[in-house]
Design a protein around this ligand. Structure first.
Ligand code: FRU
Length: 497
């Protein structure tokens, strides 16, 4: 496979060629291998002819491309999004002689209907056989899709969430065997509606103290995530989530607040891995694009379109400045961290001017920590970061105002892609923590940047297309009080391809 090219991410997953969208069937098997399936058109650079592409990894960064896992049964149908589980107790009856059987639950799309089907794998998720009793759910609808299944320990049943996309209804079904499904409740018309609801996820979510990372016991919280497209606040697609409780049949949101997973435009259809142990935090991967321009982006000249986000570790927190929030940060980056390129610390005003970020991969990791933000902060206090091309004609920038507590990310000064929907400036409000510290980190990987504020209390995923590589970085602080210290560490990221 050819993973070279100006735009080709080096630590993010992207398909070997052609068009990719949603992550599907994410699971970790008993041998510790992570499986990533994805919406894949093997014959084109736009969506259509959907299959399940497949890749596997031991560390969630080094992926090995595998043969296509699920094919549409007929030329006029498509295998749409869905999930996968390991049926270790053989509830389905498909696996009399093994404990590592995998069942995929997906939508079969055709012009006349969207129905839910299952397929089983005897070889650990590499090849699948369609169940001959399909469909397992058919409600005579053309807008009914994206089943996500989890095992509910207390009731000893499978639970599926699946979307009536244009009715803004997430249906909850339960099953003893993955074949017979009973409708047990509906979650509808809450939060952001947009034009369609897609790719629901229900996941038990630990609650932690953000600063110490400590688990807050006996919380028994869940997150229901729902992707909205079109009609997101920034245009096109976005994912919202509801913290709440789930009693085996009904999900109850904790409040009526609208919460989004991301403050930029390229984080959609995220899915949580099945098979992550109870004492680990849930891991997710999202599609790093937006339906407004996913089929237009210039990576087509390199023969591929769309990348996934980095794998994220997630938990819920409830902080004074954010209320209930889904904290999302990169899963352990150590497998890809390379040498330190820049390390610097300064008091009050200072910075780094045009430091080289030339790495073999073209990918870097940035850490910025500001401390001593106590007392009153001058109105002009700010941090600015600019990544530039060698001729300084194009750049990607971000920054933070310590006085009005706004963070921005701007991809506007790049020339590789013009489209009215490819809007450039994203911002969010985020506050220094009670101990006077404020942090950000970023993964910059050729054509994709992911930013994490205060260790993932807020995050942004954004693709960008400069016509040349970004080769230098400038970081500066201005107007900070004399007691404030800024510490910067920039490291190379090593290509996984
Ligand atoms: C979300 C989505 C899903 C559907 C799939 C088709 O991006 O529209 O609702 O199953 O993509 O590729």
């Amino acid at each position: 496979d050819n993973y070279t090219g100006l735009y080709r991410p080096q630590i993010h997953f992207s398909p070997p060629q052609e068009f990719m969208n949603d992550p599907n069937g994410l699971h970790k098997d008993a041998k510790g291998t992570y499986h990533l399936y994805y919406q894949y058109n093997p014959t084109g650079l736009v969506a259509g002819n959907q299959h399940w592409g497949h890749a596997t990894s031991k560390d969630l960064y080094h992926w090995e491309n595998q043969p296509i896992a699920i094919y549409p049964p007929t030329s006029d149908s498509q295998v749409f999004s869905g999930s996968a589980v390991i049926d270790s107790n053989n509830t389905s009856g498909f696996f009399p002689n093994q404990t590592d059987g995998v069942v995929a639950i997906y939508t079969l799309n055709s012009a006349s209907a969207e129905v839910q089907e299952i397929a089983y794998s005897h070889d650990g998720g590499y090849s699948f056989t369609r169940y001959d009793g399909n469909p397992v759910i058919d409600v005579n609808s053309t807008q009914f899709r994206d089943p996500k299944v989890i095992w509910h320990e207390k009731t000893q049943r499978w639970v599926m969430v699946v979307s009536h996309a244009q009715d803004f209804v997430i249906a909850f079904y339960t099953s003893p065997d993955l074949k017979a499904w009973t409708l047990v409740s509906n979650f509808s018309h809450q939060g952001l509606l947009g034009s369609q609801w897609e790719c629901p996820n229900l996941v038990p979510m630990p609650v932690r103290d953000v600063a110490s990372g400590e688990l807050i016991e006996h919380q028994d919280m869940y997150v229901l995530a729902i992707s909205v497209n079109p009609g997101a606040p920034l245009g096109g697609s976005a994912t919202q989530y509801f913290p709440g409780t789930f009693n085996g049949t009904t999900f109850t949101a904790i409040d009526r607040t609208v919460r989004l997973t991301d403050f930029a435009k390229d984080n959609y259809a995220g899915q949580f891995f099945y098979g992550i142990l109870d004492d680990e935090d849930p891991i997710s991967i999202a599609w790093a694009s937006n339906w407004q321009y996913a089929e237009e982006v210039p990576t087509a000249q390199e023969g591929w379109r769309s990348a996934m986000s980095v794998p994220r570790r997630n938990f819920l927190a409830n902080t004074p400045s954010t209320g209930w929030v889904l904290v999302s940060r990169p899963h352990d980056l150590r497998p890809v961290l390379g040498q330190v390129l820049v390390e610097k610390e300064w008091r009050a005003e200072g910075g780094i001017s045009n430091a080289s970020i030339l790495t073999e991969s073209g990918a870097v990791h940035l850490n910025v920590a500001v401390s001593g933000l106590l007392g009153s902060i001058p109105a002009t206090s700010s941090l600015e970061i600019v990544l530039s091309t060698s001729d300084s004609q194009e750049s990607l920038s971000c920054g933070y105002s310590f006085s009005d507590n706004t963070f921005f990310l701007d991809r506007g000064n790049t020339r590789g892609f013009q489209d009215p929907t490819f809007t450039s400036n994203f911002s969010t409000s985020v506050f220094p923590r009670e101990d006077g510290t404020w942090t950000m980190s970023a993964v910059v990987d050729r054509s994709i940047i992911e930013v994490f504020l205060n260790e993932g209390v807020a995050s942004a995923t954004s693709v960008f297309f400069a016509t040349q590589p970004l080769t230098s970085i400038s970081i500066s602080t201005a107007g900070l009080p004399s007691g404030a210290t800024t510490k910067v560490e920039l490291r190379a990221l090593e290509s996984v391809w």
